[in-house]
Write a protein that binds this ligand. Structure first.
Ligand code: MYA
Length: 434
């Protein structure tokens, strides 16, 4: 999961005719008020007490820099796993959410639509679609018991949610069966009552019951201890709307018409043999992807079932394109993005933002820059307002040139019960969580 609803950074933005790297990258040296505030917040987080997280088998801030600690599992599997659920305050009860049920899926959708992740200024809130939730939660080999809700005992209203799905994740040379934890959400009226720790303990217990002992997750907040901290970048496709709704700002010395011209894209893709992925492409795409992901320190270990589930196109959920050589019919390149709209809070004209998020991209023959430009062109054809990408994998090589601008959101990656000696550079990460 994304865990961070980022919008375009407030610095100069990238609405310049020829954005040059030095002028638009905030990175460490950026002195904008937002970035200074964020760095102060983050340094405070490291000294903050974490009553719950300090009790968990995760990297602890006090151990930062202690290279004597070994990499790998922090604690051994337990010989016995608690059989009964954790206790909730008496007015609430556990429920297992059957995402196949239209009614339950609607309840989850409504809870998240009204209470899930917002940006720092509360202008946008993620609005995962029901189809997306079904796709995200019905992963190969999924356990229904890992889709956990909390209801009010009396009214039966769904008030909180957390999910896990099984995944094989490779850390260096070790493939580990993990849970990917996502969609942790507590109704706004029930915040700060320490419900989240109980939910995390309960999902942990249910993961342990399936004999899995590690997990991966992402969040916009700093917790003990990120294995990597990444940044979102945004490529305007509909700059006028993005500026009108406050997602981005008009750059200095820029007019609206110059901005629109700057972000204009060709009407059709340029790479010969560029087409939508089909079921028959699963073996070739799996080979491409496995080979590509093998270079990263942390990456999923995808087999053909995973590729079929995670990459075969589903309208308004996941888009995948590839390049089939017109001569040899070999599949040489691949790109994909998922659809995650955000609700626009309190705007008279617009209610939603249609955002594409870069997923997995592999270029072996076509330059990655050209492949991603074609992805932008398809996203524009499909009426997306913005195309987002993290600075992970090889994404940095195309972000600036394709006129992405840095966002104000950071995304921290975490592993549960697995120590990494040193924080990773985003370039070493080959994992995208939804
Ligand atoms: S990230 C998306 C998280 N969701 C949102 O941001 C939606 C909007 N916010 C909310 O719904 C609530 O604010 C949430 C917290 C539910 C986030 N990850 O109950 P509290 C710690 C982990 O009083 P609330 C995603 O889905 C916080 O530091 N912990 O707080 C991945 C404090 O602990 P400590 C978090 O605000 C989730 C404690 O909770 C997060 O009412 C991965 C306070 O609890 C967070 N995002 O509710 C979960 N935010 O005192 C971990 C706050 O120690 C999975 N907290 O600082 C771990 C692996 C489990 C499986 C293991 C298997 C082996």
């Amino acid at each position: 999961m994304v865990g961070s609803n980022s919008k375009s950074g407030s610095q100069e933005e990238n609405q310049r005719p020829n954005p040059d790297a030095d002028s638009i990258i905030p990175s460490e040296g950026d002195g904008s008020v937002e970035n200074i505030a964020r760095r102060v917040r983050e340094s405070l987080s490291v000294t903050k007490k974490h009553m719950f997280w300090e009790t968990q088998p995760v990297g602890q801030f006090k151990d930062l820099g202690d290279t004597s600690l070994p990499e790998g599992p922090i604690e051994n599997p337990k010989s016995e796993v608690k059989q009964e659920p954790y206790n909730l305050p008496s007015q609430y009860e556990w429920t297992t959410c059957d995402i196949d049920s239209e009614e339950t899926c609607m309840e989850v959708y409504n809870l998240l639509t009204n209470n899930y992740v917002e940006d720092d200024e509360n202008m946008f809130r993620f609005n995962y679609s029901k189809e997306f939730l079904r796709w995200a939660l019905r992963a190969p080999g999924y356990f229904r018991s890992w889709h956990i809700g909390v209801r009010a005992k009396e009214s039966k209203k769904l008030l909180a949610f957390i999910t896990g799905i099984p995944a094989k994740i490779r850390v260096r040379n070790e493939v580990v069966k993990m849970a990917e934890i996502n969609f942790l959400c507590v109704h706004k009226k029930l915040r700060s009552k320490r419900l989240a720790p109980v939910m995390i303990k309960e999902v942990t217990r249910r993961v342990h019951l399936e004999n899995m002992w590690q997990a991966a997750y992402t969040a916009g907040v700093v917790l003990p201890t990120p294995i990597a901290t990444c940044q979102y970048w945004h490529r305007s496709l509909n700059p006028k709307k993005l500026i009108d709704v406050g997602f981005s700002r008009l750059g200095a010395r820029m007019t609206m018409s110059r901005t629109i011209k700057l972000y204009k894209l060709p009407v059709s893709t340029v790479t010969p043999g560029f087409r939508k992925m089909e079921l028959r492409d699963v073996p070739a795409v799996t080979r491409l992807l496995r080979n590509y992901l093998s270079q990263f320190v942390v990456a999923p270990d995808f087999d053909e079932y995973d590729v079929e589930h995670w990459l075969l196109p589903i309208e308004n959920v996941i888009d995948s394109y590839l390049v089939e050589s017109p001569d040899t019919h070999e599949i040489t390149d691949f790109c994909s993005f998922y659809t995650l709209p955000s609700s626009i809070l309190g705007n008279q004209t617009y209610s939603g933002l249609k955002a594409a998020y870069s997923y997995y991209n592999v270029a072996t023959r076509t330059p990655l820059l050209q492949l991603m430009n074609d992805a932008l062109i398809v996203a524009k054809q499909k009426d997306y307002d913005v195309f987002n990408a993290l600075d992970i994998m090889h994404n940095e090589s195309f972000l600036r040139e394709l006129k992405f601008g840095p966002g104000d959101g950071q995304l921290h990656y975490y592993l549960y019960n697995y120590r990494i000696k040193q924080a990773l550079n985003p370039l070493e990460l080959g994992l995208v969580l939804l």
